[in-house]
Design a binder for this molecule. Sequence first.
Ligand SMILES: [Fe+2]
Ligand SMILES: [Fe+2]
Length: 485
Amino acid sequence: MALRVLVADPDEDWLYATKEFLEKQMYVVDIVSNGKDAQLSLYNNSYFAIVLNHDVKNHNGVQVLKFIKTNYTNQRVVMIFNSNPEEEISDSDLAEYEDDLRKMGATEIIKKPFENEFLAGTLEGHQGLTDMISHLPRSKEVSDEEEINGDDADYSSIKIEDFYSAKAVLFDIFIRLSSGRYIKILHSGDNFSKDRIDKYKNEKKVEFLYFHKKDRRKFIQFNNWVTQKMLKNAAATAELKVGMLKNVSEKFIEEVFKEGLKPQVIDQGKEICESVYQLIEGEPSLYKVLKSFQDFDPNAYTHAFLTTLYSTAIIKQFEWQSKATIENTALACMFHDIGKMKLSKEILAKKPGDMSEEELEEYQKHPEYGVEMVEGSRMINISIKQMILQHHENYDGSGFPHQKKGKKVLTLANIIHLADEFVHLMIASDKKPTEALRMMLGDKEMVKCFNSTIIENFIKVFVDPGKIKKEFILPSNSKVLKKTG
Ligand SMILES: [Fe+2]
Ligand SMILES: [Fe+2]
């Protein structure tokens, strides 16, 4: 999936230099020197972004912008101004004019002269990826396939249909022949070859691609970046968005569980939590996916992702919700069971109901172990730590580790606890979300574990937000909740 960009500028030397630069990054670049040609290109192609000089002739920048706004409402447009010292415009007039252009649909406004890197950064809105790509040694074509022996433990898999790529391959990509035997089908720095991937997918019926675990962070960074683009795309379905976020979150959680909580890793987590927020906040048909989610994969990473998804969807129903609350809770959800890493394999293999008294005692320490593990990290705030600590406390005081009761149980922790139990139930009993919901609500002992307002808001998660009647909304508890949130 190479990203295509259109650059429209009257300065042809600059056009060619910019094209050359952007092509070295990861883009397919079309260039035009006037507004009319820009419109024609827009008509014939779809673009990730358009870089548009305000002063193009033969349909000026504003006319082209209006054309875009009318015909391609979600198009990303970076508008360029030529700085002209002879033309005296006051700063306030300029600011007002820029505001008008933004209203007309300019996503970003930048002034010449600027460095190529600055333009690339503006296009991506993500400097980190630019750095990553610019440091990538590039070859002109696609290297030969190469068979290698490797340890299965060093590779991480991704479903072939979930694989996205830039124009350049950012990390080595393999297929697995048998245990310990892989073929490197694309090398880092190669031009991306869709043909090669398609050959394995269609002719050889390969279902998974593999990458080396040392490249997992690159994979996460790139995929979160693609996911963020997709989240802004109104034409993409909610299923696709959830699926992309699931892939990137699971690889992130895997990285945390395998490599520990390094600062760079947590930084990536924060970026993913922003994507979670974008999905929760911006996707009106999310409830359909939450209602019908079926891709059950009983591993720990899927569990943590689904807990994140349902917890944040519940928070969205509360009046006091905010971006920070959703993002903090998302991070807490991804880490909620990290303390389990300190438990023995024997304990982890058992369900709590099958554990001996000592084993159960040890198991119930996992929330405290979790807090110990994140303790040293500056980036994990107190609210996140409290959520991890309390994710098994019950509203009726029967939970662990501290048997907190009633209002002493943090609302956000109680929300995670509910989502966590729900996901367990759904996966263990292989039930559809709505069936698992019914089972949960029918279990009186279970219902007592949660604040009733949370349960009411949980039910709303499965309802079309457009159809929730006003009287359904319960503002009564908001005072208490604000205090705990
Ligand atoms: Fe837990
Ligand atoms: Fe859990």
